[in-house]
Design a protein around this ligand. Sequence first.
Ligand SMILES: Cc1ncc(C[n+]2csc(CCOP(=O)(O)OP(=O)(O)O)c2C)c(N)n1
Length: 645
Amino acid sequence: MSILDKINKENDIKSIPMESMDNLAHEIRSFILEKVSKNGGHLAANLGVVELTMALHLSMDFPEDKLIFDVGHQAYTHKILTGRKDEFDTLRTLDGLSGFPKRGESNADAFDTGHSSTSISAAVGMAIARDLRGGNEKVCAVIGDGSMTGGMVYEAFNQLSQLKSNLVIILNDNEMSIDKNVGGVSKFLNRMRVGESYNDFKVGLENILMNIPDVGAKVAKGLKRSKDSLKGLFMQGSFVEEMGITYIGPVDGHNIREMTKTFKKAFKLNKPILVHVQTVKGAGYKYAEKYPEHFHGVDPFSLETGRSLVRKNRATYTDVFGKKLCELGEKDERIVAITAAMAHGTGVNYFQKRFPDRTFDVGIAEQHAVTFAAGLAAGGFIPVVAIYSSFLQRAYDQILHDVCLQGLHVIFAIDRSGLVGRDGETHQGIYDDAYLADMPGLTVIAPKNASGLSDALEYAAGCDGPVAIKYSRGFAYRGLTVATDFSDLRAEVLSGDMEPPLDGKKKVAIIAVGNMVEEAVKLRDKLIMENGITPFFVSGRFVKPIDEKLMREMTGKFDIIAFAEETCEAGSYGERAAGIILEELSQLCTGNKCETGFNMDNFRYPRLLNFCIKKEKVGQGAVNELRDRLGISADKMYEEINRLL
Ligand SMILES: Cc1ncc(C[n+]2csc(CCOP(=O)(O)OP(=O)(O)O)c2C)c(N)n1
């Protein structure tokens, strides 16, 4: 029987003797490696915090105590220690175990996370709730050094400085965000690591003094007393201490005994404490230790070679974007690139390599990234801000107040728009129409394929005012490769026409947006093959402005007008287009437009179908599974249209 076999529910770890803890850590690591190599998931961060999480579980009681993992991608050991190890084969699959903490999954998960830098704010809320209630549970936030670059952390510190009770922040410092951590925060943490030399210095000096006869012991005692002033010398100006938060550390994040002792002490103090723990990202797996950025989030891979088992034989939209940006940067020196700690994820790394001086990694600071871009644009540059759809949600007001209201020429490259799959509800990029649809003066383009993305970027670089281009995760569609001119701001008719059919068949229009054009090609072909109906097939292209002229022209000419977009309903193309069509219909039906030449003999009252995401939140699963479940796969859309036909 392995030691891990004895861990079946929360707090079971406390019955394991301390001498066996390193072996248990080894078993947990092997378990994580086996499961993640099979299913994919977040690896390096999880390997780094095995001992840290075990020490927290030895110092806390679950579910009474509240442990909040920032981002939450590093919570696998916590899940294993709280009775969920048998579900790990379902990790990140449809209806399976989430890759992030979920209150709905276990009452040992105190708070749902996925986006960075929220943990301290949530912890302050929980600590104050506890105090108001007269409770005594422990509250602890675990936050990485990368997540310390997010502004909310400092807003939370500002309030935390007034807290008169216990709250423990564990700063998990591995010197890495996804890529190497950047900027002033990482420099400041470097200075805090000086604490190590403070500790070494103090112990060393004490030892030397103790060996000096007569006076030595006395001086050493005095030195102990002056600990605080010495510490002040080394830690002088430490931001954390200045904020009224007691700093402890740095502590070896792979030494369970030392951490457990430190955490137990920290929980006893009646004040906010920050324990600075140093860990190695990817610890215990040589490839992940060597390439932590590559092993941050992985597809299934071979444990022996570290190589991915998913063949990447086509370029992704991210690659297409990254390469085109370099090409444009070559032609126009005003183009600069901004990433919020996601140079590789967004493809900005291509530009960064070629133009390091014109690339800015601002850390996990999406709001700042957008206003910083606005400043660059006001200063005569053309900033391209590449941020995932779900993370750009944070910068709503910055897009509105700092970019759009001022009409500044900022380009938003919105990657991971649409369903992202296994990261689940916090990461689905399905709300961007909702937050962009009413931005004043913003043009929003959803290209249909790889060349469309390149053309859209070129168009955006050459025009004036704010432009957003949204595209999905995954391989770029290579079909329908007509070079497209975006300057007309119109939708693109791909096939079919608006003429009434001679055979009296029903008339169908399909307007697909972005990556749903690829899916809708299958729908169109099925309607041709199975029903003998050739739909009027359109790529919406401009989510904003919608091609109003085309919508009005289509009105009265189709039995079914179907919109397809991987977005939530509010603000969707279909919702806004329906408004235009209904308004046009009311004109037609009251006879207003008949005078303008519309032939009412052929009038068809349309059934409007908006194939978009009608569920308020969408969990994890493969994109094709999710599309099916949401009724927006080609098959499901066909079923519905065929039923109506
Ligand atoms: C708002 C937001 N922006 C970007 C991300 C993507 N992201 C996930 S983890 C991560 C790095 C986090 O670094 P750190 O906090 O140091 O944790 P580590 O992975 O090193 O343990 C980033 C940028 C995110 N989750 N949330």
